[in-house]
Write a protein that binds this ligand. Structure first.
Ligand code: ATP
Length: 242
């Protein structure tokens, strides 16, 4: 195996020159203006930036929910064909887990059943109870969403996202709707999944404090990466405050 092969294996996701222009009538919005970003195996990256800086647009493209106007995306060295819906669907289904600000659980299904919806169609799923255990909800398997707190519902959403054992976990403002104490529990769940399963994780936030838990922080402004730094040591989510 050559050094180049090894490097390629260590990079899970690679974005090159991504741009995104939204056109609404006469109006053009340049949401991304040339993003180069690699996510390494097992890394926890925090994508930081103010509202409107393009973070969600980037996350959606990295996860195959949207396509760039220009630029290329590689998953484990293979290019994802931007306009081939089937390839993107297969990539999303087999390799990507999403967590959004709002949990999108099905109210009439229990925590376990919400997770099972995904494990039933996944290639190598874990048991829903095991996934819920990983986020600290082993005592809540048969609760309905209405019987769970916001933070617990978000942890069910994380369990649902990771139960198919995705290569990449993409989290868009996962603590945006939560108070800080509850938010930290949710971040601990993400941290634990990243450490125990080695899932490459990208977490979007506008909250600078959350950057402390990352291996690397990538800071955005106006559709561009303006700064990147590595933390010499990751702070445990439990030690964060805001
Ligand atoms: N579907 C769309 N159609 C038109 N413009 C869009 C669309 N989605 C996003 N935009 C615009 O693109 C820019 C980047 O939006 P994006 O949601 O990626 O930013 P963000 O950094 O995630 O913001 P927030 O933190 O508020 O979610 C914004 O100016 C937004 O208005």
């Amino acid at each position: 195996m050559t050094i180049a092969d090894t490097e390629e294996k260590r990079t899970v996701l690679q974005a090159k020159g991504l741009t995104k222009v939204y056109r609404t009538g006469e109006v053009e919005v340049h949401a991304l203006r040339g993003i180069d970003l690699d996510l390494a195996e097992g890394e926890l990256a925090v994508l930081l930036g103010p509202s409107g800086s393009g973070k969600s647009t980037l996350l959606n493209i990295l996860g195959g929910l949207d396509t760039p106007t220009e630029g290329r995306l590689f998953f484990r060295g293979e290019e994802l064909e931007g306009h081939d819906d089937r390839a993107l669907t297969a990539y999303r289904r087999d390799h990507v887990g999403f967590v959004f600000q709002f949990y999108n659980l099905i109210p009439s299904l229990t925590a376990r059943e919400n997770v099972a919806l995904v494990t039933e169609i996944a290639r190598a799923p874990m048991d829903p109870a095991e996934a819920l255990g990983l986020v600290g909800l082993e005592e809540r398997l048969d609760h309905f969403p209405a019987q769970l707190s916001g933070g617990e519902q978000q942890r069910v959403a994380i369990a649902r996202a990771i139960a198919k054992q995705p290569d990449v976990l993409l989290c868009d403002e996962p603590t945006g709707a939560l108070d800080s104490e509850t938010g930290i529990l949710v971040l601990e769940a993400i941290e634990s999944v990243n450490r125990r399963l080695g899932t490459t994780t990208a977490l979007i936030t506008h909250n600078r404090s959350i950057g402390g838990m990352a291996d690397r922080v990538v800071s955005f402004a106006d559709g561009r990466i303006v700064e990147t730094w590595h933390n010499a040591q990751r702070q445990p989510a439990r030690a964060l405050s805001w």
